[in-house]
Design a protein around this ligand. Structure first.
Ligand code: AP5
Length: 211
């Protein structure tokens, strides 16, 4: 099973990717998580990526494509946050053609800008295991601590209002064209992302059950 989760920042891609990974036992490839790890570990890639991420810009295509290519496998995966430019989508097609593979579905999580701002400003992430919470919509059992590993929860540097607006602009310009790209290929499935987490999860499971 090979799935792409597409949608604006804060639409719930990371939240739903974790459910899919757990339920179907496939790997998750989140370019945002991989880049945040590289930044945390102060690697060469992390040092390059940080300035783009903090500014709400996209990290250059060549760096991201290489990172993803190394992680693709035949068994199955969910791609979260990649591709997000037409150039990344076309590169992915070329790589898959070369290894005689294909994506089953691109699940597009559709939500309004107003809802996005609410979601991102309340988001908190576990420093140790990366689990995602929301102060109102998905709060941890103990304030400031992860339910799974008791790690400390933090707010992402790029979840400040000014950077959120920049990220939304980048999404409109660079990533939104992918909706048409995958619709034309007949593999796009839209999900109403304004529903609660459980409902979105059930709709995605219905889509996946057709593979
Ligand atoms: P990345 O980490 O991919 O960020 P993003 O796409 O902007 O997405 P987010 O992680 O912000 O949101 P999400 O959709 O995963 O939502 P979540 O589940 O957390 O990328 C960060 C940066 O890295 C980019 O800006 C760029 O610089 C760089 N980068 C990454 N990939 C790249 C690429 N391919 N090319 C170039 N650069 C790249 O949910 C949000 C909140 O809402 C949470 O608090 C959650 O609990 C809550 N929530 C989720 N679902 C619901 C629901 N249904 N109802 C209520 N609350 C909900």
């Amino acid at each position: 099973m090979k799935i792409i989760l597409l949608g604006p920042p804060g639409s719930g891609k990371g939240t739903q990717a974790r459910f899919i990974i757990e339920k179907y036992g496939i790997s998750g490839i989140s370019t945002g998580d991989i880049l945040r790890d590289e930044v945390k570990n102060k690697t060469e890639l992390g040092l390059k990526a940080k300035e783009y991420m903090d500014a709400g810009k996209l990290v250059p295509d060549d760096l991201v494509i290489k990172m993803v290519e190394e992680r693709l496998n035949k068994e199955g995966y969910v791609l979260d946050g990649f591709p997000r430019t037409l150039s990344q989508a076309k590169s992915l097609d070329k790589i898959l053609d070369r290894i005689n593979d294909r994506i089953d579905y691109v699940i597009y999580i559709d939500i309004s800008e107003e809802e996005i701002i609410k979601r991102m400003s309340g988001r908190r992430i576990c420093k140790d295991c990366g689990s995602v919470y929301h102060l109102l919509f998905n709060p941890p059992k103990v304030d400031g601590k992860c339910d799974l590993c008791e790690g400390e929860l933090y707010q992402r540097d790029d979840d400040k209002e000014e950077t959120i607006r920049k990220r939304l602009k980048v999404y409109e310009e660079d990533t939104k064209p992918l909706i048409k790209y995958y619709k034309d290929k007949g593999i796009l499935r839209r999900v109403d992302g304004s529903k609660d987490i459980e409902e979105v999860k059930n709709t995605i499971e219905d889509i996946i059950s057709n593979i």
